[in-house]
Design a protein around this ligand. Sequence first.
Ligand code: PLP
Length: 223
Amino acid sequence: MEVKTDIQSAIVSIKSKLPEGVSLVAVSKTKPAELIQAAYNAGQKEFGENYVQELLEKQAQLPEDIKWHFIGHLQSNKVKHIAPFVYLIHGVDSLSLLKEINKQGQKLNKIINCLLQVHIAEEESKFGFDIDEINTFFFSKSAINYPFVKVVGLMGMATNTDNLKQIEKEFKLLSQLFEALKPANNLTVLSMGMSSDYQLAINCGSNLIRIGSAIFGNRVYQK
Ligand SMILES: *Cc1c(COP(=O)(O)O)cnc(C)c1O
């Protein structure tokens, strides 16, 4: 099959066009370990997964030096499974989840890197803090309560629409928030942009893009 070489050329092509300072997370959810290995062989070391069980199975069989990003909605009772090895948790959307991550970090004596997810989309269904809650979190220095968590930045997902103006508006909103909070809080990571909108996201200031289907092809979900 040509699938593996397609994946490898997609990786090389996307990476060659990324501006300095922008990193790529290859989103491998639903894709078999074999295809992740192919991407790895093309030089990709950072992968994103959405489901804990699936991540655990893949992590056990793939190279140790992969940086695993957890990009899905994380349930508190599952944090303990990924805490020992996860590189960055993108979707932190509640203080109770942050508290649980802190607890698991303490048990391991490990500081766990996290992004706070910001609700920028119009849809009700997208998770995340609203902008006021984010401002309150940083202005009240809430991070002190979570010494085994390091909040390194923000993550967001735009509305699922073809309206580029709408998407741009949402990305700019998140980017402005990030720029405003960055200096006083040592934030370094702004995770925004997926296969369909990553160019726009980079233009709006993203420095971490999460790309799945443009690398691995469309996903087929089994019911
Ligand atoms: C699945 C997913 C992606 C990748 O989406 P593509 O459109 O396939 O690039 C990026 N970010 C999150 C949070 C996802 O759940």
